[in-house]
Design a protein around this ligand. Sequence first.
Ligand code: ADP
Length: 190
Amino acid sequence: MRIVLLGPPGAGKGTQAKLLAARLSVPAISTGDIFRANVSMGTELGRQAKQYMDAGEYVPDHVTNGMVRDRLAEEDAKAGFLLDGYPRTREQVTTLDGMLADRGESLDRVVELRADRDALVDRLIKRALVEGRSDDTPEVIARRLDVYDEQTAPLVEVYSSRGLLVGVDGIGEVDEVTERVVAALGAPGE
Ligand code: ADP
């Protein structure tokens, strides 16, 4: 299965991506995690990404696209993957289409995890206390939610028109949400 997980910051993509990947026996590929790992290792990629992440802005497409291309070329992604946090812009959608087409592949499903803004802010503020992520300050959280609305929310329509989208309510217990996604993946696209 080749799946994209879409949804605003705080919707629970990272948590669900790990659980779903284990259930579906595919790797969970999180662009946010890869960026954060590179920042903490002090790589050139991390250096390029950090200023954008800390401001709540997207890392430029040319940086992000190259990184995803390299990751998808790895052996474990040949039989399927679950992409968490990519694509987030129309340009990334086009790039991903091209990467997959080059391999004779295409996406099977796009899962949109839904939650209202109050719930998202609430979760992100709580996560800030637990994880201390540098982009979980109130100002940066507000910016990330706005950037999502501007640049990523339109992708819901793009994938919906392709018949790939399944929308899942992201509010509830973690396991409950996982079961909803698994059930939704069995059902035809919206
Ligand atoms: P969240 O979804 O909670 O905002 P992520 O961990 O998915 O957090 O991403 C953290 C940051 O990493 C983003 O705010 C952005 O700066 C960068 N990032 C992650 N994925 C992408 C992407 N596809 N394109 C551009 N930047 C990205």
